[in-house]
Design a protein. Structure first.
Length: 322
């Protein structure tokens, strides 16, 4: 029960303060561990493909173990000091693990630049939250990129970590963040990471497989509750949810496209190379900058609904266990 209350408190903390720039985030430590271990393991592996695959797996297990073990030990020691100290720390970490507030803040920066007709500024703002090349994007391209990242990260940044937190508390939450961070740092399909990053990329797919589908269903329900086009969201989801190289990315993106009645995705440049991607949704109308805000509202609605649904399920399970 204490863990459930800590997650709820963390959800409120994220809604209120998000991730202030001045506050050191634990994910930055995870990133440093990844860089240090990658450097060591690459020296061991050399250029041999088999060794790179194995060392990539070692990196994944090592970083995952560290990311779970350290917060678990700190929480244990905090509990020895006083249960209230442990609860406060757990709630604070839950707030840091969730990324809803920061995603809304950063995407709104893109919106504000667009409505001021500051396309260079909008390109720069969106480059902070997407992985694609943004220097040549049109206003429509910038808007789509922002909407897509809010839609995809509704699962990766909010619903999936929330689910892991409610299943296993802060250690499970940091495990998920480690998996996500490893994928974002080494899980690329390029010459450098084709072998070394393959295990991290596959495990990210595995760990997000169920959460992304739960997020999509809850997003459809939220579209109805928010009086968006829930019927179209469901239709596009059924049709387009598999139209992605990743087994998970198009789940929530397709729902968002349907709910907003716009078309998302399509070809994009990454690191100077054109990647061919299928479109999601139908262009029932032209996409507009305020669709960034619409995607944010849909994310918020899905997040609140998820907290209620997951929380009630956990409460019921705890009650049955007792």
């Amino acid at each position: 029960m204490t863990s459930l209350l800590a997650v709820a408190a963390g959800f409120v903390i994220d809604r209120l303060i998000g991730d202030p720039i001045w506050l050191y985030h634990p994910v930055r430590l995870i990133g440093k561990w990844i860089m240090i271990l990658e450097d060591v393991l690459r020296k061991i592996a050399g250029e041999k493909k088999g060794r790179l695959l194995v060392c990539g797996g070692v990196l994944w297990f090592a970083v995952s173990a560290i990311s779970v073990g350290i917060p678990l030990g700190i929480l244990f020691q905090a509990g020895k000091v006083h249960p209230a100290v442990r609860f406060a720390l757990e709630a604070f970490w839950c707030g840091q693990i969730l990324a809803g507030k920061s995603l809304k803040v950063e995407s709104r920066k893109v919106y504000e630049k667009l409505i001021k007709s500051d396309l260079p500024g909008a390109r720069y703002a969106v480059s902070m939250i997407v992985g694609r090349d943004t220097n040549s994007l049109s206003e429509e391209g910038v808007t789509k990129a922002a909407v897509e990242t809010v839609a995809e990260n509704t699962s990766d940044g909010v619903i999936a970590p929330l689910l892991y937190l409610l299943l296993g508390g802060v250690p499970a939450g940091f495990f998920y963040k480690a998996v996500n961070t490893m994928d974002s740092m080494v899980g690329y399909k390029n010459e450098k990471y084709q072998y070394f990053g393959r295990f991290a990329a596959r495990m990210d797919d595995v760990c997000n497989y169920i959460p992304s589908r739960i997020a999509a269903v809850l997003m459809i329900v939220s579209a109805y509750l928010l009086r968006m086009d829930g019927k179209n969201a469901w239709r596009i989801y059924l049709r387009d949810r598999k139209k992605s190289a990743s087994p998970n990315a198009a789940q929530t993106e397709s729902v968002c496209a349907g709910a907003l009645r716009v078309q998302l995705c399509g070809d994009a440049y990454y690191f100077g190379k054109l990647h061919y991607k299928e479109t999601l949704g139908d262009p029932l109308r032209e996409i507009r900058p305020d669709d960034i805000l619409g995607a944010g509202r849909l994310m918020d609605g899905t997040a609140v609904l998820s907290l209620i649904v997951f929380g009630l399920l956990k409460f019921a399970l705890l009650w049955l266990w007792i």
